[in-house]
Design a protein around this ligand. Structure first.
Ligand code: ADP
Length: 747
């Protein structure tokens, strides 16, 4: 660093005194000189010619001359003073400029040392690419002295060049891998055009920052990500393979227990077989949960956007769970606000999965009371809220947030008795979030829980009229006689929304109400007891035109007696909105068998085995146990199975049957078989049919994988339907029904 000289030193005192003395001396000499000159002139003139001498004129002349001389001298002195002043100012300015110069030099030195200390590589080049400046870092990187670099077109050895980005202000940004004596380095360059004032020319200034550390970290991160993705893929594949491998024998176990249950067994044997079946089913749902969760975790949850009916979805989900609830003596009911009775756009399968999980939990954790599922408009346009309410054990506040995490149960130890994996809510939460919604719980231990989801389900406009239109029951009075259960308030609420004047009461109060007022409809829940129900039917008599009994499917056997007792109609619980509407608006005798189908739910009763066609079915399946099961199921359903063990054999058998003029009515095709797999075999069949312009044989896939992409792959290969293993008798029968020309039991 340079040392600045002392500039503004104070002027010494003797200099001032000296200047004053000089001033007095100068004036004394001037005065003496002027007086001497005047005296000499006076004496001389006096001696030369006394006649022309006029002393007064002379004195005037001398005085005038003296004054003139004094004036000139005064002017010169003033001028001299001015010049001295300017001189002093100029000196001060010079000192100031000297100060500036030092400061600039100092700042330059500081800036240079700063740039060098930063480690950034800086180089400037003129219009002809010649180096005009290079800092120490550049010199070190180029391994040359600054003098050796100046004026040359030297460039650093580039091993790899990154992408060049040009910013709006013209700055070029790019990365380069440079080979240096110390090894390979990555530099991130910023090239800017600057104007050199001194040289009056434009130059390109390049500043390179060493980003080797960052690039290496990025590479390590990318490698780690690739490895994690590969591991995740491997995990998913492993899970898919393992789950398939576990499902296959499990299918066998479940199918065989089903068949076994159809044979004559002692009560003890039935208990054991039922236990084996339920353990198998638990294991299957566990495998499905784990597989589903791993899929969601891997970010592979693809949601569909198809129009579907919310009413149907909610009612079917509740009906599916009804046997489980009713087996525990629980009441189960649902209600869908009529404003939602049209079609909505979304993923019906995933929404059903969430509902089944929430309502399934509600049944699992409830011992007394009931479960209700209520759908209503959500918080905002195009949103739907669904609440699942139960009167079960409830969840302590400290566990409420945790249960949505994977493998979490509210109270691990105690609740193990209820079974489960702790994955259901974690899966539901992720699905709901993917649907642009949220899930929440409100629960009081010992009193029950309400799970609420609020999801985006826009109305599917242009999909036709709403499938259910609410009736106008204005003027109708209806009395609901029921114990305090989950369904009654929903039933009353629904009737009131339809403008009926509805009341509910337990048997004691209802008797008084019935006697007191005139009613158009009496709805008696069979849960009040057969005797009480019969009494009410009798009490109402013909004064109440519609006398309807609400029964659980297992009480169907009492229908005859109830008709005898005076009921005019019945409804199967959980009550569908459409059925209720028909019972309250239809004039026919609803005990007619023609109307019985209206209340059929999948669990209600097997379809009447009528004049069904016996089908010739080709079964392509390589697993012996599955072959045994499928053959047994088909034979029991009255069909003729032909079994082959692979894709090629299936193709051959299909061709032979067609050539013989007795084509198969249906092909049940396993997807995973050695050699030609199910998809390939289906494609061949479709191709040959197209070539021969023959009518297509229905092909139904049999697979252990229940994912939408598997379904899509089957449909894309030309298959017509999809059956998930383990083969369920009801689902198999439902698929066969349209071909048999008889109604499906699952319709
Ligand atoms: P699983 O039911 O398989 O254990 P879930 O993720 O579906 O897994 O539920 C997590 C936990 O949340 C359950 O184990 C239970 O402790 C609690 N839980 C869920 N639903 C209810 C409910 N309706 N009533 C009481 N506890 C519940």
């Amino acid at each position: 660093m340079q040392v600045r000289p002392i500039s503004n030193t104070p002027r010494p005192r003797f200099q001032v005194v000296r200047r004053a003395l000089l001033f007095i001396l100068r004036w004394t000499f001037i005065a003496i000189g002027a007086a001497t000159a005047a005296s000499v002139l006076f004496v001389h003139l006096y001696r030369v010619n006394e006649s022309i001498y006029d002393p007064s004129l002379f004195a005037i002349g001398v005085g005038g001359l003296f004054s003139m001389a004094c004036g000139i001298m005064l002017m010169m002195l003033t001028r001299n003073r001015g010049l001295n002043h300017d001189l002093r100012r100029a000196r001060a300015r010079c000192e100031q400029l000297a100060d500036f110069t030092w400061e600039l030099k100092e700042a330059e030195a500081r800036a240079t040392s700063l740039l060098d200390a930063q480690g950034d590589v800086i180089v400037r080049r003129d219009g002809e690419d010649r180096i005009t400046y290079a800092n120490d870092a550049y010199c070190a990187l180029a391994n040359r002295t600054r003098e050796a670099l100046m004026g040359t077109r030297q460039v650093l050895p580039v091993a790899r060049q990154g992408r060049v980005d040009v910013q709006p202000d013209g700055t070029r940004i790019h990365d380069q891998e440079i080979e240096t004596p110390a090894g390979v380095r990555w530099l991130s360059w910023r090239d800017v055009v600057v104007w050199d004032v001194a040289k009056d020319q434009a130059e390109v200034q390049s500043v390179g920052r060493d980003v080797t550390g960052r690039i290496e970290a990025e590479r390590a991160l990318a490698d780690a990500r690739d490895a994690a993705e590969a591991a995740s893929d491997a995990k998913s594949r492993f899970l898919a393979v393992v789950s398939h491998e576990i499902r296959t024998p499990l299918n066998g176990i479940l199918g065989m227990t089903d068949l076994l249950l159809d044979t004559p067994l002692t009560p003890e044997q039935t208990t054991y077989v039922t236990a084996a079946k339920s353990s198998g089913e638990t294991l299957l749902s566990l495998i499905e949960d784990v597989l589903d969760f791993s899929k969601i975790e891997a970010g592979r949850l693809e949601l569909e956007t198809e129009p579907f009916s919310l009413v149907t979805l909610v009612e079917e989900a509740v009906e599916l769970l009804a046997p489980r609830a009713q087996a525990k003596g629980l009441d189960i009911a649902c209600d869908v606000d009529e404003r939602l009775s049209g079609f909505v756009l979304g993923d019906a399968a995933r929404l059903r999965q969430v509902l089944l999980n929430l309502a399934g939990n509600a049944i699992k954790f409830t011992e007394r009371g009931g479960v209700s599922v209520v759908a209503m408009p959500g918080a905002g346009p195009d949103r739907v809220a669904i609440e699942v309410h139960d009167t079960g054990i409830g969840i302590a506040p400290e566990h409420q947030a945790r249960i949505f995490d994977e493998f979490e149960q509210a109270d691990g130890g105690e609740r193990r008795q209820f079974g489960g994996t702790g994955l259901g809510l974690a899966i539901s939460k992720r699905i709901v979030e993917r649907m642009g919604g949220a899930i929440a719980v409100d629960s009081t231990p010992g009193r029950g829980s309400t799970f609420r989801i609020d999801v985006a389900l826009p109305a599917a406009t242009g999909h036709g009229a709403p499938e259910f239109a609410a009736p106008d029951l204005r003027g109708m009075s209806a009395l609901v006689v029921a114990p305090d259960n989950a369904g009654t308030p929903l039933l009353v609420r629904r009737l009131r929304r339809w403008s009926a004047n509805a009341e509910s009461a337990d048997a004691g109060v209802a008797a008084a109400l019935l006697a007191d007022r005139a009613w158009d409809a009496l709805l008696v829940d069979f849960a009040v007891g057969e005797e009480t129900a019969t009494v009410f039917a009798g009490m109402a008599g013909d004064s109440v035109p519609r006398r309807i009994v609400l029964i659980a499917p297992q009480d169907r056997s009492r229908l005859g007696a109830l008709k005898e007792a005076g009921f005019t109609g019945y409804l199967i619980k959980p009550v569908r909105a459409a059925s209720l509407k028909t019972r309250l608006t239809d004039a026919d005798d609803v005990f007619d068998t023609s109307h019985a189908a209206l209340d059929e739910s999948p669990h209600a009763q097997p379809a009447a085995a009528g004049a069904r066609k016996s089908l010739a079915i080709l079964v392509a399946e390589d697993n012996e146990i599955n072959v045994l099961l499928t053959r047994a199921l088909l034979t029991r359903l009255g069909h003729l199975p032909t079994v082959v063990g692979g894709g090629e054999a299936a193709l051959g058998a299909w061709r032979d049957a067609r050539n013989a003029g007795a084509p198969f009515d249906l092909v049940l095709m396993d997807l995973h078989m050695p050699g030609l797999d199910g998809l390939e075999a289906a494609r061949h069949i479709r191709a040959e049919e197209a070539e021969a312009s023959a009518a297509p044989t229905p092909i139904v896939a049999l697979t252990a994988n229940a994912f939408p992409e598997d379904r899509e792959a089957c449909l894309a290969a030309g298959m017509d339907d999809f059956l998930v293993k383990p083969l369920d008798r009801d689902r198999l029968a439902a698929v066969l029904a349209p071909l048999e020309g008889a109604p499906s039991i699952a319709a």
